[in-house]
Ligand binder design. Structure first.
Ligand code: G6P
Length: 368
């Protein structure tokens, strides 16, 4: 293999640290920076303006990219989205409208369930598009249009830079769809493109939380269970945070929609349970803060991931606040991935697990 760890202890750390570059490289494929516009190079077999529905399938971390994209497509392009894990989607055999678009997201391009979902959709007469990192993969070959992620080979089993590159490509597609569907005007398109262009430097700044995160990870490494909460596009960030922690530290973790706290997980909250709340300042933050208060009232140890404005808005009861830069809400879920990746990574290092090759997991799941 021509890839090495550089100065890092693990591939995962190297890949986390590469993200300012890999996001920027992927973005340069999709946007015309000079004109602050999205410029897709791929010839589209469909027209975003004519679509009535978008169906997204993927597995694992890639499925959370799809879950975030649902919020984006629905809000910015007014395009209804169904998103499901491929292993459920394929056996559900959902009815699909003729002329609809199916989109598959995969780092390896070889995941068996995602490929089977793709073949099902192609058989139903859908337009088939994919976002893949491995250009010569089966999923890429069987797609009518491939939107690449340009993050280079990802070696760590737990996906990091591939996810943020997938989100960068998806965000670009959302803007293209919004422009085509007339839901984003020229001014708003330029604003969203600028937010994407500014993202790599915000990611670099967010990586600066590492020393604080090392300290917090000491506490997480003693926990039996960890709860992650988020609302809106931060809900999939919470699920990804929990998945990362489970995968590499083997600590049980769950990602939950903050509004669902009262419907179950609050019963688990006690002094021993860290609760990681992902809530940058936006129109939903106040609601999430009130969920946080419910956790604090039960003695839960809150670790809040927010921005400067969010940090000012919180009152008592927060054990730790991880402050990341304030960015346009559109790109905030991409930025929020950085602290959850670092939390999982450092907790796993403290636990002494095999971070790059966690037990029982494979980089690419080519069996069903
Ligand atoms: C495995 C990997 C995950 C990955 C998932 C989907 O479970 O360990 O990191 O997210 O497969 O893989 P894909 O290559 O389709 O993105």
């Amino acid at each position: 293999l021509l890839v090495d760890k550089g100065n890092h202890r693990h591939f995962m750390a190297k890949e986390i640290y590469e993200q300012p570059e890999t996001i920027s490289h992927t973005l340069s494929h999709y946007v015309d920076m000079g004109n602050e516009a999205v410029a897709l190079r791929e010839a589209l077999p469909f027209d975003f303006a004519d679509l009535s529905r978008l169906t997204i399938s993927a597995c694992g971390t890639a499925s959370f990219a799809g879950a975030i994209a649902k919020y984006w497509f629905e809000r910015h392009a007014r395009l209804p989205v169904d998103v499901d894990v491929a292993s459920e989607f394929r056996y559900r055999e959902p009815p699909l409208e003729k002329g609809g678009l199916s989109l598959f997201i995969s780092q390896s391009g070889e995941t068996a369930d995602t490929l089977a979902a793709l073949r099902y959709c192609a058989g139903q007469g859908q337009y088939v598009a994919s976002i893949v990192n491995v250009a010569e993969s089966t999923i890429a070959r069987e797609s009518q249009v491939v939107f690449p992620t340009l993050c280079g080979p990802e070696i760590g089993v737990a996906s990091t830079k591939a996810l943020t590159a997938q989100l960068t490509a998806l965000a670009s597609l959302v803007i293209a769809a919004g422009v085509a569907r007339g839901t984003l005007d020229r001014t708003r398109e330029a604003e969203l493109v600028r937010a994407l262009v500014a993202l790599p430097s915000a990611v670099s700044a967010a990586l600066g939380t590492e020393s604080q995160i090392v300290e917090i990870s000491r506490r997480l490494s003693k926990a039996r269970d960890v709860l992650y909460l988020g609302r809106g596009p931060m809900f999939p960030v919470a699920m990804e945070g929990a998945l990362k922690l489970k995968e590499i530290s083997y600590i049980h973790a769950e990602g939950y929609a903050a509004g669902e706290l009262k419907h179950g997980p609050i019963a688990l909250v006690d002094e021993a349970m860290p609760v990681i709340v992902v809530a940058p300042s936006d129109e939903l933050m106040e609601k999430t803060l009130s969920n946080m208060q419910e956790v604090a009232a039960r003695g839960g140890q809150i670790i809040l991931i927010t921005d400067e404005d969010g940090a000012r808005a919180v009152g008592e009861g927060v054990a730790e606040t991880i402050v990341i830069p304030k960015v346009e809400s559109f790109v905030a879920p991409i930025l929020a991935m950085i602290p959850v990746q670092l939390l999982a990574y450092h907790t796993a290092v403290m636990m002494g697990t095999d971070v790059d090759q966690p037990r029982n997991l494979a980089k690419s799941v080519t069996v069903e």
